[in-house]
Design a protein around this ligand. Sequence first.
Ligand SMILES: CC/C=C\C=C\CC(=O)SCCNC(=O)CCNC(=O)[C@H](O)C(C)(C)COP(=O)(O)OP(=O)(O)OC[C@H]1O[C@@H](n2cnc3c(N)ncnc32)[C@H](O)[C@@H]1OP(=O)(O)O
Length: 289
Amino acid sequence: MASGGGSSDAELQRGFKTLAVTRPDPAAAVYEVRLNRPAQRNALSPEAFAEIPRAMSLLDRLPAARAVVLSASGPHFCAGIELGGPGNPLAAPLARGADPAAAAEGLRRAILDMQAALTAVELCRKPVIAAVHGACVGGGVDLVAACDIRYCSKDATFVLKEVDMAIVADLGALQRLPGIVGYGNVADLALTGRRITALEAKEIGLVSRVFDSKQELDAGVAKIAKEISEKSAWAVMGTKAVLLRSRDITVEQGLEHVATWNAGMMKSNDLMEAIKAFVEKRKPVFSKL
Ligand SMILES: CC/C=C\C=C\CC(=O)SCCNC(=O)CCNC(=O)[C@H](O)C(C)(C)COP(=O)(O)OP(=O)(O)OC[C@H]1O[C@@H](n2cnc3c(N)ncnc32)[C@H](O)[C@@H]1OP(=O)(O)O
């Protein structure tokens, strides 16, 4: 991949109000996107919905980013959509009440835009690892459902609260979670609106690992992200692309897709290097993006 669009660390730091986008360890090709409105418990405002896709798109194009960690500042991961006042992303379309059709179309557009903001996590070709601590509510669950890997600390809780807000969850949880935790578990969470602990989240497969504390979560996730970032970027991005595509098509179509993918990508220098390193009994050094 060419340096692609000229994204730089300076550009990444600049201009984000609801997120902190950083490269915590200069020796690792790992970037962190941190939800950064701790006083509001990282509730998702219209600004956050604008910044999340911008950050994901920048990291997608940034050669130095080979894995992304999605974390949060403060006592909780995310309090869901910002409720109340003009900060509610649906406030403006809801206020366009004079013509019900205009209000409905405005709401539909606003919901589609918010969905697209979270889908940007999936569209980022680099793997995105969610590191969840404290409460993860409503839209926060939609957000982590769009990540590739989910880890949490023991204090984490998860709740699909929309049913108790008298709405249908509409930002991806109902579409993405069945493939992650199974239909029955999503139906249980979405219809009851009950809060589950980290241990139950692990039991149903919502998270794949639980760390004892936030500190251990941060250290553990940084280590895993670094390990992923040191693998062949073509293999890592290809695995994400093939997994996501295979989720939405038949097994037969998925096998066809991966055959075509590998027919092109097996010409990579990284494969030759992996074989050479195996023969020479050393760690492979893969190409930069
Ligand atoms: C029209 C759109 C309709 C529905 C959309 C649904 C999608 C969803 O996301 S549903 C889920 C909505 N979210 C919630 O119901 C969560 C509400 N928050 C909480 O349950 C708690 O705040 C907490 C996350 C468990 C954290 O508890 P605690 O640490 O005790 O903090 P608090 O004192 O409750 O809050 C501190 C501060 O943050 C403000 N805040 C919290 N959540 C939100 C939010 N979602 N939107 C806006 N603001 C929020 C809270 O009001 C406090 O503000 P102060 O100014 O300090 O009072």
